[in-house]
Design a protein around this ligand. Structure first.
Ligand SMILES: NC(=O)C1=CN([C@@H]2O[C@H](COP(=O)(O)OP(=O)(O)OC[C@H]3O[C@@H](n4cnc5c(N)ncnc54)[C@H](O)[C@@H]3O)[C@@H](O)[C@H]2O)C=CC1
Ligand SMILES: C[N+](C)(C)CCCC(=O)O
Length: 488
């Protein structure tokens, strides 16, 4: 039975930031006063404002922005390929400032926010390279005739984001969309409306034509409006399964392709021949990034019986060392959950888990961290996505048994295996029903690798070369070099 929590005294940001409109940020002081919709290359108040919403700083509960939701939208395509490399350079230059905004609005630690900004500029850099190498095929046909294919943009793509990786999600969607010659209208989660605006301004500064990347603020109604809009050619969505179903239904009416990055309840399998030190670090990476609010987290940790006690003991030891508190402090590794209703939802799972497993929560304010040992597969905390810092540990005997249990879920986003036996590692991942599998690591995200799910975790991919296919359409050109052989 183990738990650990606490709320550090909120203290001023010690890092000094570059002068900028949002400089000198420290916990409890940051306020955004500029408009949060972005259109035609500038921050604007929408003409068709449908009411205002508030955005909060999770660490203090303070309002940091009051913003206007929008409902009308028109975007023109320019057919210009944007300079993503320059965007990448600006993000790197402004990394500290963007990370601080992300940390304040989301609650994740500044340390982690910087890693997210790294994977964001890496994504722009990657697709800047791919944009120049996009090519079709040349196919020879009888009689000297031939055909070729060309990749063409889809048009205006809509990106709808969740609140857990606000800047990264906006980057992972917009970079491939723009690299393929599309325009994008991005709607962030109303909980985290701020950092997408920084990305929009960076694109403009990088010379991206006005109107190519736009930000529309709002909740479900704005999202629905965008999905149903007749000018929209594609929707890429990151969020929950129930919303994903609605997005697919709406898109089906317009025969629009969708990419769905949805939830998960991923297995992490630890065999007794693993490198224990790495396996424990892997389990922490699989569960506690962004306060556990990560879709691909390996929340069902299956540990082979021989090493269960030792592994559990080590996980507890290292979990107790995680520094919880003010997310803007350099040594903090875990901040608050996104908001109080979400905290209460997570605690609800914990309460139910306590009846069956050896565990227990401890919290104060928005901060909590716990795990449940000796879980059973039928427990609610093992079956349902919690989206919080709650790791469930289960024991197993054999490879065949653990594979069956690992796959016994309607989700299929990610999975992991720790073992020193290379044959077993590949045999096991081949059997795992998950779109993204890790061997001897977890939750690393090289942008060169496609990311996405199986089953109810969605379809389509983000990152990697293949994502070009999700943001473009293939035109086939058939060329006759002889005479027409008419049937008439
Ligand atoms: N697979 C992945 O990459 C990720 C999946 N998620 C999943 O997202 C969930 C948490 O994120 P939330 O923001 O709470 O999810 P959510 O589904 O409530 O909201 C996601 C986005 O959809 C918008 N939205 C809500 N209803 C809509 C509707 N009817 N039509 C159009 N748009 C609508 C929201 O305003 C928000 O921008 C978790 O279940 C998590 O697993 C989160 C991050 C990454
Ligand atoms: C970056 N990573 C792999 C930890 C999570 C990305 C998916 C998400 O948005 O939850």
């Amino acid at each position: 039975m183990f738990l650990r929590a606490g709320r550090a005294a909120l203290s001023p940001l010690v890092r000094s930031l570059q002068p900028s409109p949002v400089a000198a940020m420290s916990t409890g002081t940051f306020v955004v006063s500029q408009p949060l919709n972005y259109r035609g290359g500038a921050r604007v108040e929408p003409a068709d404002a449908s009411g205002t919403e508030k955005a909060f700083e999770p660490a203090t509960g303070r309002v940091i922005a009051t913003f206007t939701s929008a409902f009308k939208y028109g975007v023109k395509l320019h057919g210009a390929l944007p300079n993503l490399l320059e965007g990448c350079r600006i993000i790197r230059d402004r990394e500290d400032e963007i990370a601080a905004v992300e940390c304040i609005n989301n609650g994740k630690s500044i340390f982690e926010a910087r890693l997210d900004i790294d994977t964001s500029w890496q994504c722009l850099e990657y697709y800047a390279g791919l944009a120049a190498s996009m090519a079709g095929e040349h196919i020879q046909l009888p009689g000297g005739s031939f055909g070729y294919t060309r990749r063409e943009p889809l048009g205006v793509c809509v990106g709808i984001g969740a609140w857990n990786y606000p800047f990264q999600i906006a980057s992972w969607k917009s970079a491939p969309a723009l690299a393929c010659g599309n325009a994008m209208v991005f709607k962030p989660s109303p909980f985290t409306p701020v950092s997408a605006l920084l990305l929009a301004e960076i694109y403009t500064e990088a010379g991206v034509p006005p109107g190519l990347f736009n930000v529309v603020q709002g909740g479900a109604a704005t999202g629905q409006f965008l999905c149903q809009h007749h000018d929209v050619a594609k929707v890429s969505f990151t969020g929950s399964v129930p919303t994903g179903m609605k997005i697919m239904e709406m898109s089906a009416k317009g025969i629009k392709p969708v990419t769905l990055e949805l939830g998960g309840k991923s297995p992490l399998i630890i065999f007794s021949d693993c490198d224990m030190n790495n396996a424990v670090k892997g389990a922490l990476m699989a569960n506690f990034l962004t306060q556990g609010q990560v879709c691909c987290n390996g929340t069902r940790v299956f540990v082979q019986k021989e090493i269960l006690d030792k592994f559990t003991e080590e996980v507890v030891k290292q979990t107790q060392r995680i520094k919880i508190g003010d997310p803007l402090l350099e040594d903090t590794r875990m901040g608050p959950l996104i908001n109080r209703p979400h905290l209460e939802r997570v605690l609800g799972f914990v309460k139910v888990a306590k009846d069956g497993a050896h565990c227990g929560p401890s919290y104060s304010g928005g901060f909590i961290l716990m795990f449940a040992a000796n879980c059973r597969d039928d427990m609610t905390c093992v079956k349902e996505e919690i989206f919080g810092p709650v790791m469930s540990i289960l024991s197993f005997d054999t490879e065949a048994e653990v594979l069956e249990r690992a796959n016994d879920t309607t989700f299929g986003l990610a999975a992991g295996v720790f073992t020193r036996d290379i044959q077993r590692a590949h045999r096991v991942v081949a059997e795992l029903q998950a779109g993204t599998c890790f061997i001897n690591n977890y939750n690393v995200s090289p942008v060169e690798l496609p990311f996405g799910g199986y089953k109810k975790s969605g379809f389509g991919r983000e990152n990697g070369r293949v994502t070009i296919e999700y943001y473009s359409q293939l035109k086939t050109v058939c060329v006759e070099m002889g005479d027409v052989e008419s049937a008439f």
